[in-house]
Design a protein around this ligand. Structure first.
Ligand code: DGJ
Length: 306
């Protein structure tokens, strides 16, 4: 049984390597995509303490409790553009299903080893377990993109990305084929330095939960809400409670997962000098009126999933 805040293991007892990830529900299966950081840290030529790029892993589960490693679904080996190298930064993968074209589209934060390129990598697969072929690397509408997520709002899909040296969060509309941006974007949280964005919708409200901007070190999460996805978003409060609220329980958001009408916040618990042992949490989000509260639970999902 996995415990929140700790490294998790898969169905054969190996460490789950799915950091900065997300879970996609497709058919009868849950697909957990994340960064495979399963080797030792080293200091790269830029002096950045990191792990070499191994790839993006996918784990499958019928019940969100047991996870089977379906393999590395994006790596140097599936990159005809030769963009990805061992020194590449490829973080926070998020996968969308394009029902019209019957294919899966992955967006990642793509960067050079010094984190100065600040763009995205887009890759496509016919099956959820890949392999994902790199299509392109881009800066959305010419803007920087570091921490990011994706969000489908009816017929419109958005890339939500920290930009302008992490000062601003942009909502950039994607093209209908989900592989590029249309040119439309909106700014939120100008000069607020929010990263690790997550987005969900409940009732009349769109919510975001973001972290502050302190590298791998934890800081207080904040939620915002608005009747509109990308305007009037106001930072409200830290949804975490108790003595570890100020460090988001030593974690950082990566995705909000809806399951049967209940929302769950996925956290990474980064071990910055030993990234492969970074832990995970999946915590139920309580909605009280218009406000969010996310109490700590040792048990993933807070107990049996309803
Ligand atoms: C914080 C981000 O949220 C992580 O994804 C990663 O990019 C680290 N910064 C790198 O310092």
């Amino acid at each position: 049984m996995n415990t929140n805040g700790q490294p998790w293991t898969d169905d054969v007892g190996d460490l789950i390597q799915a950091h900065g990830g997300m879970i996609l529900h497709h058919g009868n299966t849950y697909y957990w995509y994340g960064e495979n950081k399963g080797v030792d840290n080293y200091r790269n030529a830029e002096g950045v303490n990191m792990v070499p790029f191994i790839g993006i892993s996918c784990y499958t589960s019928p019940d969100l409790l047991t996870w089977h490693h379906a393999g590395i679904v994006l790596s140097e080996a599936t990159d005809p553009t030769n963009t990805l190298t061992k020194e590449s930064i490829c973080e926070r993968p998020k996968v969308l299903y394009d029902a019209e074209r019957g294919r899966f589209v992955m967006w990642c934060h793509y960067d050079t080893p010094d984190y100065k390129y600040a763009g995205n990598l887009v890759a496509i697969a016919d099956n959820p377990t890949g392999l994902f072929q790199v299509q392109r690397v881009l800066r959305p509408n010419g803007k920087e993109s570091r921490d990011m997520t994706v969000y489908q709002d009816g017929e419109h899909t958005y890339l939500i990305h920290s930009s302008d040296m992490n000062k601003t969060l942009y909502f950039s509309e994607m093209t209908p084929d989900l592989t590029d941006c249309t040119g439309f974007n909106a700014k939120a949280f100008v000069d607020q330095e929010r990263e690790a964005p997550t987005v969900f919708h409940d009732g009349d409200w769109y919510y975001t939960i973001t972290s502050g901007c302190t590298g791998w070190k934890p800081n207080p999460a904040l939620f915002s809400r608005s009747h509109f996805l990308f305007s009037n978003q106001k930072l409200i409060d830290n949804p975490c409670v108790g003595s570890r609220a100020r460090t988001t329980y030593d974690g950082q958001p990566t995705y909000v997962l809806p399951v049967n009408g209940q929302y769950y916040l996925m956290l990474d618990h980064w071990q910055r000098f030993d990234l492969k042992h970074s832990g995970y949490s999946i915590l139920p989000i309580e909605i009280h009126g218009r406000d969010l509260e996310i109490p700590w639970t040792d048990t993933p999902f807070g107990g049996p999933i309803q």
